[in-house]
Design a protein around this ligand. Structure first.
Ligand code: PLP
Length: 462
C-alpha cells in the first residue's frame, strides 16, 4: 500500500516509511492511497477472534512489507497484555451498548494503538538497523500509554515530559513506576503548555533532531489509526448478533479525532455504520465546525474529561481531505488560513457532506456528572469521557447506540466521586501504585536543560 499526504506536496511513501515518519514532511498527515473494500467479506470476518480480525484488517494496509507471520506475532504480543480475552468486550444495557476499550495496561483506549505501535516500532527498527528516540509531552493519558507501549523495547528510548505536580497522582505513577532503562520521565517545573513548547522547540531544531533520531508518538501516526479500526468491526459484529435488524450507530467521545476517524474508515471499508455520533465536552471546536462550517480556535477550558480538553483536532485534517474531494491544495489553503487567522470556513455543501457522516453533540460538565450518576444508580460505573459519549447518545434520536468507553472509571475517580459520592473500584494494576518505587528527573522549563538530559542519556548508551 502507498501512503499519500493530505497536503499533496510529497511523493508517495511505503507503510514502513509512514510509520517511522509519523507526520508528513509537508506538514500534512499520511493516509493510504486507497481504502480496501471489505463489504463482501463481512460474514467471514464475523466469527474471528479480536487478534485474528486485526490481522485481516491490517493485511491490505501493510501489504507485503512485513511477513504475515511477523504481523501475527506483533498483534498477538500487543494484545496479550490486556486483562480480558475478548480484548474489547461489549456489554449491553436495556438502552445502550458499552464498548469497553480500557482493559490494557494503562486503563485507557490509547493502549489499543500504542501497545501495537511499540511492537511495530521495535520490529521495523531491528529490520532497518536504526534507532529511534521518542520525545513527547503529556498531560496524562498519552504519555503513560506510550511509555507502556515501548518499555523494554530494543532500539527505542522514550523521553516523556509532564508538568510537575499538575497531573493526577495515579497518572504520574503510571509513568514513573516504569523502571525500564529505556524510559526517562522528566517533570518540568511549569505547565503542560511549557512542556509542549519545549518539545516543539526541540523538534524544530532539525540538526539536534536528526543527530539524536528524535521522533514522536502522537495521535497522527497512521499505525495508531489503523489499530483502532479493528474494534469498530468487532463491536458491530457483537451488536448485529444481538440486534440483527437494527442500524449500527457509534457514539465517540472525541478530542483529537483519531478514534472517530478510525470509525469513519471502518465505514468506508464497508462496515454498515448508519451514523457516527461525535461527542465533545465544552471544548467544542468540532461541534461548532460541524454545525456551522466555521473552524475557529478558542481557549481551552478545563473539564472533567481532560483527555478531550484540546482545541486543535489534528486528525480532522484526514477527514477533511475526503470532504474537500481529496484535494491537497485545498487542504493546504485551509491550514494556511488556520495558521494565519486561527480559523477557516467550509461551504454549505461541505457542511452537509460532513453531516451525512457525523452527528455532533456537545455535553457540558453538569451533563457529564448527571450521566455518571444516572448510570451509577443502575449499577454501571463509567468514567467522565465515556459519560460524554453516553450523554450524547441519549440526546440523539438513535436507540441502542454503541458507546465507546475510553477509560476505566478508577482512572478519573475525582469526577466519579463528585457525581456519586463514592469511589470507583480499583483494578488490580492500580492497587498500591502510589507507594511503589518510582523514578523521575526534575528540570527547569527550559529547552537546553531538556536537551542536556537527552544528550547525556544517549551518549552514555554508546
Ligand atoms: C485520547 C482520549 C480521548 C479522545 O480520543 P481522540 O482520538 O483524541 O479523539 C477520549 N477519551 C480518553 C480517555 C482518551 O484518553
Amino acid at each position: 500500500m502507498k501512503y499519500i499526504s493530505t497536503r499533496g506536496q510529497i511523493k508517495a511513501r511505503t507503510f514502513v516509511q509512514a510509520v517511522i515518519e509519523g507526520l508528513s514532511r509537508d506538514g500534512g498527515l499520511l493516509i493510504p492511497a486507497e481504502i480496501p473494500d471489505f463489504s463482501n467479506r463481512l460474514a467471514r470476518l464475523q466469527d474471528l477472534s479480536y487478534t485474528e480480525l486485526a490481522l485481516e484488517i491490517f493485511k491490505p494496509f501493510i501489504g507485503d512489507e512485513l511477513p504475515t507471520e511477523t504481523t501475527k506475532r506483533l498483534v498477538e504480543n500487543s494484545y496479550s497484555t490486556f486483562k480480558t480475552p475478548e480484548i474489547t468486550p461489549t456489554t449491553f444495557t436495556d438502552s445502550i451498548a458499552i464498548l469497553e476499550l480500557f482493559h490494557g495496561p494503562t486503563l485507557a483506549f490509547k493502549d489499543i494503538a500504542l501497545q501495537f505501535l511499540g511492537n511495530l516500532f521495535e520490529e521495523i527498527l531491528k529490520t532497518e538497523k536504526i534507532s529511534l528516540n521518542i520525545l513527547g509531552a503529556t498531560s496524562g493519558d498519552t504519555g503513560s500509554a506510550a511509555i507502556h507501549g515501548v518499555r523494554g523495547k530494543a532500539g527505542i528510548t522514550i523521553f516523556m515530559l509532564h508538568p510537575k505536580g499538575k497531573i493526577s497522582p495515579i497518572q504520574e505513577k503510571q509513568m514513573t513506576t516504569v523502571l525500564d532503562d529505556n524510559v526517562v520521565n522528566i517533570a518540568i517545573e511549569g505547565t503542560f503548555d511549557d512542556a509542549q513548547r519545549i518539545v516543539k522547540d526541540i523538534f524544530t531544531d532539525l540538526e539536534f533532531k536528526d543527530q539524536y533520531h528524535l521522533g514522536a508518538v502522537n495521535s497522527i501516526n497512521w499505525a495508531r489509526v489503523m489499530a483502532q479500526i479493528v474494534y469498530y468491526f468487532f463491536a458491530a459484529f457483537r451488536f448485529q448478533e444481538k440486534y440483527p435488524d437494527q442500524p449500527v450507530v457509534f457514539s465517540v467521545p472525541t478530542g483529537n479525532f483519531g478514534d472517530i476517524y478510525a470509525g469513519y474508515l471502518a465505514k468506508k471499508m464497508g462496515l454498515p455504520i448508519e451514523k457516527l455520533i461525535l461527542a465533545t465536552n465544552e471544548n467544542d471546536i468540532l461541534f461548532r465546525v460541524i454545525n456551522s462550517g466555521i473552524y475557529k480556535i478558542g481557549n481551552v477550558t478545563e473539564t472533567y474529561s481532560p483527555s478531550m480538553d484540546i482545541q486543535v483536532s489534528s486528525n480532522f485534517e484526514r477527514f477533511l481531505f475526503d470532504i474537500l474531494g481529496q484535494n491537497g491544495s485545498l487542504i493546504l489553503e485551509k491550514m494556511n488560513s488556520l495558521t494565519q487567522t486561527s480559523e477557516f470556513q467550509l461551504s454549505k455543501e461541505e457542511v452537509l457532506k460532513i453531516q451525512e457522516e457525523l452527528l455532533a453533540i456537545r455535553i457540558d460538565n453538569n451533563q457529564t456528572l448527571e450521566t455518571i450518576k444516572k448510570y451509577y444508580d443502575l449499577g454501571i460505573v463509567m468514567d467522565p469521557h465515556t459519560a460524554v459519549g453516553v450523554a450524547a447518545a441519549e440526546q440523539s434520536d438513535y436507540r441502542h447506540v454503541i458507546c465507546l468507553s475510553t477509560a476505566h472509571p478508577a482512572k478519573f475517580s475525582d469526577a466519579v466521586i463528585k457525581a456519586t459520592g463514592k469511589e470507583a473500584k480499583q483494578p488490580a494494576s492500580l492497587v498500591g501504585i502510589l507507594e511503589k518505587e518510582s523514578r523521575c528527573l526534575t528540570c527547569h522549563q527550559e529547552k537546553n536543560a531538556v536537551k542536556k538530559i537527552i544528550t547525556e542519556k544517549l551518549t552514555l548508551e554508546k
